[in-house]
Design a binder for this molecule. Structure first.
Ligand code: ADP
Ligand code: ZN
Ligand code: ZN
Length: 676
């Protein structure tokens, strides 16, 4: 607690994009860094965080307003977490207020009805329905295989120190079992384990497994919880009452009493990257957190990201390989099905249909992967060539047959299905291309005696829908599963003997330099669903490009060689991870404005540097118009990260203060993973 004197100034971070702190006068005679305050900000009331207590201000003292209320008697953030937040604000060049906003549960970001210091009532902490203490060890622990033992021992030796490990093993190789052993030791040591997972959908699965093995409280944090649940879980983590904390992306900011280990499952997954507002990568922040809190960080994946593999190559991360499937499950066999010159029935080739039939008659489950929801991506008039386009976006509207509507998958706007062409009034409207809904209809026609379950955003909107579906699959109530990338991730489907992958050819020729990496990861993840128990799995890939060199490398040699080849390509043309990028995006109602702003930025930046930073653009975004706004982008790239960071840092404050910055909505994306 600080005793304040008359000339005390509180420097407050406020959730606004402006990259600066705001000065206020205290009203109490105490205030702490890391505590929340309620303040007047323009005409609004906002909740800010005290970041610094100073004896001077750039503003004349008489112009400073006092805070309205002090909301916490103590800091909400342990020192190392405060340091992480400051680091994140610097590295991602975001306003500190926005970073704090991302770090706090919603309940603490809301203005209380009766603002007074919150001394953290002990009462609310005792009741908690996120905490499920379960009798320990219902599941017996399997004997670890050699690779698993080595991994556990190596990581154990680094307890209490910072080191990042890549736990590299195919699905089913026993990564989760390794996590369990590490967490077990942490519990004995009285330390907390923080586990980050890419999606809410995967938490119940991990949770059940942990509950069966540990008789300790587990705090779970994700966006599908109520505010109250989330706040309580946050409290449990903060007070140390939950030895295990599992959550999605933003859980990287949860305060912990005594952190012992951080585990990031499926580290390659793009959902660890926040794509709006304060754009951060939870994996990268987790590693920084490990370094600040002196604890090991374990990245688990069957398909590590190229960034992570690069870090292994340069010796920054330690590689731990789980080279076999745990238990006695065998690796699935992969087969390429060349569909050139083959007649397709709604996207399905005859040989594929026959193979599906075979597996079904052998009582196997079949999984069909198609990463496009809806019935068809295009509705076209065969008389005049008109297509149904979104009014607000440069995009076609997807046909959703079941609900008789057209929907734009970029802005989600919908319109009723046309009965005739609005342009020539002909009724010859036809769907082009295939989506999951269309495949479902085709499968129903071919296999009327079998149950089909479709898993995509449309079938899983309702609360618990995903969980119920997964349950149905496990009970064997469905023989054919069909879905988008939602089925690719993490789930165990032990009775699946055949996986068919459709329509990946687009990814082979995309302009996005990451698209092949993503495709390879997705394919291996999907293939990993097959043959997870004692039955051998088969994977079939339908393609028109069976000789594509990288595709064949992936199928014949596996992900490691495939990723090495991709890394070699990236190195040759100096793309990340061999260079660093910052993307500046701008959008405006008028096309010229976005462009004009980015040209201004580029001119300012070019003046200040010596060619160590390359500029690409400004160019229109690949989908230029979205939700009625024109979008443009300027990409900055350099092999010298500090130089790139410095250039942007020195100019961003100037640009922010220039009136031109108010003519557009603009944003910075450090280490962007999606340029398109
Ligand atoms: P991953 O996380 O890599 O997908 P899991 O840890 O989930 O792998 O292991 C896959 C399956 O094998 C699980 O059912 C798990 O209980 C089992 N398993 C893991 N390690 C062993 C082992 N050493 N011996 C026998 N079974 C194991
Ligand atoms: Zn027409
Ligand atoms: Zn749209």
């Amino acid at each position: 607690m600080n005793l304040l004197n008359n000339a005390t100034i509180l420097q407050v971070a406020i959730p606004t994009p402006l990259r600066q702190l705001f000065d206020y006068l205290p009203i109490h005679n105490d205030a702490n860094i890391g505590a929340r305050v309620l303040v007047s900000f323009g005409k609004q009331k906002k909740i800010g965080i005290i970041v610094n207590i100073s004896d001077k201000s750039d503003c004349p003292l008489h112009k400073l307003k006092p805070i309205d209320a002090l909301l916490d008697t103590a800091s909400l953030f342990p020192p190392a977490l405060l340091e992480l937040i400051h680091w994140a604000s610097r590295y991602y060049q975001s306003s500190l207020g926005e970073v704090f906003e991302a770090a706090l549960p919603k309940r603490l970001r809301q203005i209380p009805k009766n603002p007074k210091p919150n001394a953290r009532k002990k009462k609310t902490e005792t009741k908690n329905h996120n905490l499920m203490a379960v009798p320990a060890l219902q599941d017996t622990a399997p004997e670890l295989n050699t690779d698993q033992k080595y991994a556990v021992n190596t990581i154990t030796k680094q307890f209490g120190q910072f080191q990042t490990f890549l736990l590299d093993g195919v699905t089913g190789s026993g990564k989760t079992e390794v996590y369990i052993r590490l967490i077990e030791q942490m519990i004995t040591l009285g330390k907390q384990s923080l586990i980050l997972v890419p999606e809410i959908g995967l938490t119940p699965q991990l949770l059940t497994r942990f509950q069966k093995r540990f008789g300790v409280p587990i705090a779970v944090l994700h966006s599908a919880l109520t505010e109250k649940q989330r706040y309580e879980a946050w409290q449990q983590a903060k007070t140390g009452r939950a030895p295990i904390v599992i959550g999605t992306r933003s859980t990287v900011f949860v305060p912990l009493l005594s952190l012992g280990i951080i585990i990031i499952d499926e580290e390659h997954d793009a959902s660890f990257k926040q794509q709006e507002g304060f754009r951060y990568h939870a994996r990268d922040l987790a590693i920084m957190r490990g370094s600040l809190e002196h604890c090991p960080v374990v990245l688990g994946s069957a398909t590590p990201s190229l960034e992570t593999l690069h870090n292994v190559h340069i010796g920054r991360f330690q590689h731990l390989l789980l080279s076999e499937r745990a238990g006695n499950a065998a690796f699935p066999s992969l087969r390429v099905l060349d569909i050139r010159h083959k007649k397709l029935d709604e996207g399905l080739s005859q040989p594929l249909i026959e193979t599906i039939r075979e597996h079904l008659s052998n009582k196997g489950q079949v999984l069909i992967f198609l990463n496009r929801r809806g019935f068809a991506p295009v509705l076209m008039c065969f008389e005049c060539g008109w297509t149904a386009n979104c009014r607000q976006c440069d995009a076609r509207m997807t046909l959703h047959y079941q609900h008789q509507k057209l929907q734009c998958h970029h802005c989600e706007s919908t319109i009723p299905l046309y009965k005739q062409c609005p342009s020539c009034h002909h009724t010859d409207l036809k769907p082009l291309g295939i989506g999951t809904e269309r495949i479902e209809a085709a499968l129903q026609r071919h296999f009327p005696e079998h149950n089909i379950t479709r898993i995509d955003k449309d079938t899983t909107r309702k609360k618990n829908a995903m969980r119920d579906t997964i349950e149905r699959i496990h009970k064997g109530e469905t023989e054919i599963l069909l879905g988008t990338q939602m089925i690719a991730k993490g789930h165990h489907f032990p009775n699946v003997t055949l996986v068919a992958i459709l329509e990946i050819d687009q990814a082979l020729f995309s302009t996005d330099f990451r698209s092949l990496e993503k495709m390879g990861q997705l394919m291996i993840q999907v293939a990993g669903r097959a043959g997870r128990s004692t039955r051998l799995g088969h994977v079939i890939l339908q393609t028109c490009h069976p000789q594509h060199p990288l595709l064949t490398k992936l199928l014949e040699k596996g992900y490691t060689e495939f990723s090495e080849a991709l890394l070699a390509e990236r190195r040759a043309i100096c793309l990340p991870p061999y260079s660093y990028q910052i993307l500046i995006r701008a959008e405006a109602i008028k096309r010229e404005r976005a462009n004009h702003f980015l040209h201004f930025v580029k001119t300012q930046m070019t003046k200040k540097q010596n060619n160590s930073v390359k500029f690409l653009g400004p160019i229109p975004a690949p989908m230029e118009r979205r939700i009625g706004k024109y979008r443009a982008q300027l990409l900055l790239q350099s092999i010298n990260r500090p130089m790139l960071q410095k250039l942007v840092k020195t100019l961003i404050l100037e640009i922010e203060k220039n009136p031109i910055a108010n003519s557009v909505r603009w944003s910075l994306d450090v280490d962007p993973i999606d340029l398109y």
